[in-house]
Design a protein around this ligand. Sequence first.
Ligand SMILES: [Ca+2]
Ligand SMILES: [Ca+2]
Length: 424
Amino acid sequence: MHHAYQKIFHLFFAFLLLLTSPQVFAGTTGTVSYAPFAAANIPTLSGMMLIILSLLLMLVAFRSAKNKNSGVNKLFISLLGVSILALGSGSVQLANTLVAAPAPELSNPNGGDADIFENRLNTYVNTSGLTQQITGVDVSGIQCDNYVGDGSNSGECATGLVVNSGVSCTVDCTAPEADLSITKIDSADPIQTGDSVTYTLTVNNIGPGIAENVVVTDELRFTLASTNGVGNSVFVNNCTIVPVSGGEDISCDLGNLTEGQEVIIEMQVISGNAGTITNTVEVSSDTVDPDQSNNTATQTTVVNAPAPTTSTVTVIKNVIGDDADPNLAFNFVTNSTSSAALPVEFYTMSANDSPRVYTGLPEGLGVRLREQNVPENYALTDINCVSSFPDSTLTPDLAQGEITFFLVAGENITCTFTNTYTAP
Ligand SMILES: [Ca+2]
Ligand SMILES: [Ca+2]
């Protein structure tokens, strides 16, 4: 199929690219801070929450002492509040004051900091032998869009998370995926041979991440007639012709595309012959694309041959009957409303003769085909005319042995005159 296209089409491509510069990120690391956890029975409260709670409890204890003078309850509530205040304050202080050497694990029993690295799933195993609590996670200086940090993600190292000995938490800084898409539309369909059609390719990064090293490939080898077909190609910006087995492709290096970034490529095609242009483009990048279904686009464009403006008339001689002589000549006369286009012609035809063909006849020409002086025992029994245009009215006059009609532009009419042999 593709070879057929190669024979049919001669294409001319011109590309226009709209690009912006790629985005660059710094490559520093972040930090997970942790500290020993002293109250495993209250695992879900953050340090600040513990302070607030302890202050409330102390307020309750104060009012209880003032209003009810209930010694036992006052003492109990006051002690509880102070103990929680101490715990909460300790947690906050540990986060601010304890600085340990960066470690890939939560290995220091006294707490510390662990590095967070870009482009990986950072996993922190608590090997300290004690229960630890995450006191802070800093990803402000690194590319880590996958990290949520609000405690809603199970297993994520979030501030306040209690990590039991031997258990791990994670900070997901894997590179985000980027869903690239490409579409291709044609400016006209169908077109005529010699016409041009402009294909518009639209590349879009749906995101969420940056698509790195985006390349658009047009498998021109399946579309073009030959290498001569791209001899006159003009490419702007980053599109180049790439020799491949079986022909040439087009490759466009678009660099990095940020989320939402769109690139328009315009491709002009000039058809050579009738048929159908089928062309496929593909977009790819170094970044993981979760949806490959929108990475290719195929467009077809029908190319019609220009409608003929002149007409053709064909006369066929047919003779039937058991004893009919296929070599017997019958007399014909053809004339028209324009002697220049179709002068009066007298001629003979037998059933063995090739059809008589008149070509290049102009639109509106009136034509008369007539069989006359029919030989004895060969009655003219049918005049059957067929037009290439179904709407044409063709009414023979069998008694007169003739048919007249006016030609429509591009019309082809074939008339068969049938004589039937009748034995004497
Ligand atoms: Ca995609
Ligand atoms: Ca189309």
